[in-house]
Design a protein around this ligand. Structure first.
Ligand SMILES: *Cc1c(COP(=O)(O)O)cnc(C)c1O
Length: 404
């Protein structure tokens, strides 16, 4: 069924609903899930033409699949990037980016306190192939500058950071990368294109774990890279060969997730702001990390660089015996009854976790200290339940600290 041409210059919310629609003969309104491993050809000549690349079209779902392509088009449009390649997970996207685009002897400068598995990738696997990484504090531009070498190929940053929600000035970092002939990669998992547009600030590549907010309901694992066409051709070639392709079913879930992403991100931000403001005044809560709070050191940067402060916050606790340790944090967490005790985030369901013993459990103590992952730190990824119910549950945690 032919489709009327869409109007030009649509806004992000509209792009998330109207890009990559998949018209069918039957006129299905919702995008179709092409749950198929391979595609059939009219005749032998068509098969040959597809395989040789003389004729575009689908062959096999490890290479391309219409539902996966619809997701890629929609996410690329929302990010304002040229092209997107989807992967089986966020880690597959990060691994593919480095493996496909780098040579032995090249170097990465990366912010400290990024997603823990990315650190394992640097230390255990990339190193083995002759790629070295230097870790720096993400907010300290001087450290980034000093870490750059002639062989530096990429700067890699996750902003805001997990779990302390520190920010990095993306434009300044992109300028620094370009000054030295390097490129900037932004892991935009925490903000999504709804709250932050790294390309508008000069980033070269954007990476996502679709598992988090893009899905939004904790169902599927997936990832994506967005960037210029030629670079994405390289990544797609790598994907076709190494096989970490996104399942069409997962792509369909993410595709539909993008339609509600703007609404959800704004609600996550409102609910997190409410909880952060309330936590600040609670006995036994010593410090709240949330960029929406005016005393956050990068509150101003967050206001200009982001369109919202996001759904993740963290805080330090101390019990009435004066203990500011793991026991106090666990006491708080174990007293909750509504929120889920799990390390995942980006879900409609609020989650609570103790970073020092879960997400950052394998990080050596010295590195934990440098990254500010204290034993009495609790992280909450605020969901979409009624904020009053979330607050009431957190009050159980506060009460468990035993202050009068
Ligand atoms: C979860 C996460 C990843 C890894 O994604 P997977 O889909 O679990 O492989 C990468 N970066 C960030 C910031 C994440 O939160």
């Amino acid at each position: 069924m032919s489709k009327r041409p869409p109007p030009d210059s649509l806004k992000t919310d509209t792009l998330g609903i109207r890009t990559g629609e998949l018209p069918t003969e039957a006129g299905a309104h919702s995008e179709v899930l092409y749950l198929t491993s391979s595609f059939v050809f009219r005749d032998a000549a068509e098969a040959a033409a597809r395989f040789s690349g003389d004729e575009p079209g689908n062959i096999y779902s490890r290479f391309t699949n219409p539902t996966v392509q619809a997701f890629e088009q929609r996410l690329a449009a929302m990010e304002g990037g040229e092209r997107c390649v989807a992967f089986a997970s966020g880690m597959a996207s990060i691994t593919a980016t480095f493996m496909a685009l780098m040579e032995p002897g090249e170097h990465i400068v990366s912010s400290r306190g990024i997603f823990g598995t990315t650190v394992v990738l640097y230390e255990k696997y990339l190193k083995k192939f002759g790629i070295e990484t230097t870790m720096v504090d993400l907010a300290d531009m001087e450290q980034w500058r000093r870490a750059i070498r002639p062989e530096t190929r990429f700067l890699f940053v996750e902003t805001p950071s997990n779990p302390l929600v520190e920010l990095c000035d993306i434009r300044a970092l992109a300028d620094l990368a370009h000054e030295h002939g390097a490129q900037l990669i932004v892991d935009n998992c925490f903000c999504t294109p709804v709250l932050q547009k790294p390309f508008e600030l000069g980033a070269d590549l954007v990476i996502h774990s679709a598992t988090k907010y893009l899905d939004g309901q904790g169902r599927c694992v997936g990832g994506a890279v967005i960037g210029p066409g030629e670079t994405m051709d390289e990544l797609h070639g790598f994907l076709r060969t190494t096989g970490a392709s996104m399942s069409p079913f997962n792509a369909w879930v993410f595709l539909k997730g993008l339609e509600t992403l703007p609404l959800r991100m704004r609600a996550h931000s409102v609910h997190a702001m409410e909880l952060a403001s309330w936590l600040v005044d609670q006995p036994g809560v010593e410090k709240v990390y949330y960029a929406g709070l005016e005393d956050h050191p990068q509150h101003e940067l967050a206001r200009t660089q982001q369109k919202g402060f996001g759904g993740v916050l963290s805080f330090l606790v101390r019990d009435s015996d004066g203990r500011a340790d793991r026991q106090a944090a666990w006491r708080f967490i174990d007293a909750t009854r509504l929120v889920s005790i799990t390390a995942n985030l980006g879900d409609a369901k609020t989650t609570i976790t103790h970073p020092a013993s879960t997400t950052h459990g394998r990080v050596p103590d010295e590195e934990k200290r440098r990254a500010g992952i204290a034993e009495n730190l609790v992280r909450v990824a605020v969901g979409l339940e009624d904020p009053a119910d979330i607050r009431e549950d957190m009050a159980r945690g506060v009460a468990a600290l035993g202050h009068k």
